[in-house]
Design a protein around this ligand. Structure first.
Ligand code: ARG
Length: 458
């Protein structure tokens, strides 16, 4: 039987089923490095402040460093009987250095310990996610550059709306992921605060130096209120919500990729390296990676809902419910990082079928807005121009004649202001280039956007 950290006041042993149920080693075992790092900082501070001797602090630190190697190499396998990773490490330390190990927990509770570990984990993951988003943003600028003069349909309601530069499309996503990255930088300010030194929730009678342990752990600042330090998980909710928004953006992007790679659209081709086939239909080429990312989005949303629900209605301060925070945290962090990373690679191995897009956009009804704006330039009120163009569209469909092929006489029948100039307006290139407004899809605007994006990425 392993020794539990809290059992001395009990006369009966903890029920085995209850222990198995409450053990979190299988989840928080992942935090062993953070836990050891936090403990070393705490022990160092205790030694410096004379709360324990420097020799004790040295022994504790040496022992902890060895334990880290033992877990890394697999010589020490955390067991569920130890309740949580904090206990695994403390029990092992006791085996190694004896009673001195018991001094490590001076002025510390597992409540501020676990909050510290979680923040250290989050800090690393926020940075990783930030870096992977930067990689994706770089790919998007590259693609915008490569495909800036390629023309694709812009859609609203999944109906062809107006032709646009493909670069403009990629830059739209660039901006979304840019905001996602900003969200991470912003929440990092709140993640990077040390809760160590809050003890169980009320502080300690020992002269702890929370500033010092925070400094050793590279935190920017320390908690202001010891209850708050151990009992909120709002930054975790913020992080999972940032992950959810990232996943939502990826999922929409995936949806376009899945549709566009279908035979019916045929706008793009994902390379074989990122496609799957069928075990029965030999011709199949499926966009499984995009579908998986779209699917995993649902899981991350679930993590967010789980966390919000776990915290709802918890009385202050610490409650054991909060142990359930790690699974959603780890899951959403890892899912978001791997999704961004893999999506980025898949995107790099996806090409637009420019010839087909050129053919499809050349004479499409999506040029109709050009006719309306042509009429506006001839001083026709836009509402009238819209009505006239609508009739032309209907004529075009009825006579199976694309807009650029309608004879001038017919155009004149709809309005006497039409002249040869209408045919110059009725190409996708002209449509795109004639856009004058800020941040539009014109080739010039796209070029400017690419420059700005490059500047931003440095
Ligand atoms: N395993 C616990 C957790 O992850 C550690 C804190 C335990 N504290 C307590 N008061 N039981 O939340």
């Amino acid at each position: 039987k392993k020794e539990l950290l809290w059992a001395s006041r009990f006369n009966e042993p903890f029920d085995e089923g209850a222990l198995k149920f409450s053990s979190s080693v299988h989840v928080d075992g992942k935090l062993f490095r953070e836990d050891i790092q936090g403990s070393i900082a705490h022990a160092t501070m205790l030694g410096e402040e004379g709360i324990i001797t420097r020799e004790d602090a040295r022994q504790i630190t040496t022992g902890l460093n060895e334990i880290e190697k033992e877990i890394e190499s697999g010589t020490l396998v955390p067991q569920w009987e130890d309740e949580d990773i904090h206990t695994v490490i403390e029990n092992r330390l006791k085996e190694k250095i004896g009673a001195v190990a018991g001094k490590l927990h001076s002025g510390r509770s597992r409540n501020d310990q676990v909050a510290t570990d979680t923040r250290l984990y989050m800090r690393a993951k926020v940075n990783e996610l930030h870096t992977s988003l930067t990689g994706l943003m770089e790919t998007l600028v590259e693609r915008a550059d490569t495909y800036q003069s390629s023309i694709i349909f812009g859609y609203t309601h999944l109906q062809r709306a107006q032709p646009i530069s493909a670069g403009h499309y990629y830059l739209a996503y660039f901006n979304m992921f840019r905001r996602d990255r900003q969200r991470l930088s912003d929440l990092m300010q709140r993640v990077n605060i040390s809760p160590l030194g809050a003890a169980a929730f009320a502080g300690s009678t020992l002269p702890l130096n929370a500033e010092r342990s925070a400094e050793l752990l590279g935190f920017n600042s320390i908690f202001s209120n010891s209850i708050d330090a151990v009992s909120d998980r709002d930054i975790l909710i913020e992080f999972i919500s940032a992950c959810s928004i990232i996943m939502m953006h990826l999922s929409r992007f995936c949806e376009d990729i899945i549709l566009w790679s279908s035979y019916e659209f045929g706008y793009l081709e994902i390379s074989d390296a990122f496609s799957t086939g069928s075990s029965i239909m030999p011709q199949k080429k499926n966009a499984d990676i995009a579908e998986l990312i779209r699917g995993k989005t649902g899981r991350v949303y679930g993590d967010l809902m789980a966390m919000l629900t776990i915290m709802k209605g918890l009385p202050l301060s610490y409650n054991r419910d909060m142990q359930e925070d790690k699974q959603p945290l780890f899951d959403s962090a890892e899912t978001a990082i791997s999704s961004v990373t893999l999506f980025n690679r898949m995107l790099q191995h996806t090409r637009l079928k420019e010839d087909r897009l050129k053919e499809l956009t050349a004479k499409d009804l999506s040029l109709a807005t050009e006719i309306a704006e042509y009429l506006v330039k001839k001083d026709i009120p836009f509402r009238d121009a819209h009505r006239i163009t609508g009739r032309i569209v209907s004529w075009s469909i009825e006579h199976s004649t694309p807009l650029p092929d309608i004879p001038l006489d017919t155009y004149k029948g709809f309005s006497e202001v039409f002249d040869e100039g209408i045919y110059l307006a009725l190409t996708p290139e002209a449509s795109i280039n004639s856009k004058k407004s800020h941040g539009s899809c014109s080739f010039e605007s796209v070029e400017r956007q690419i420059e700005e994006a490059r500047e931003l990425l440095g």
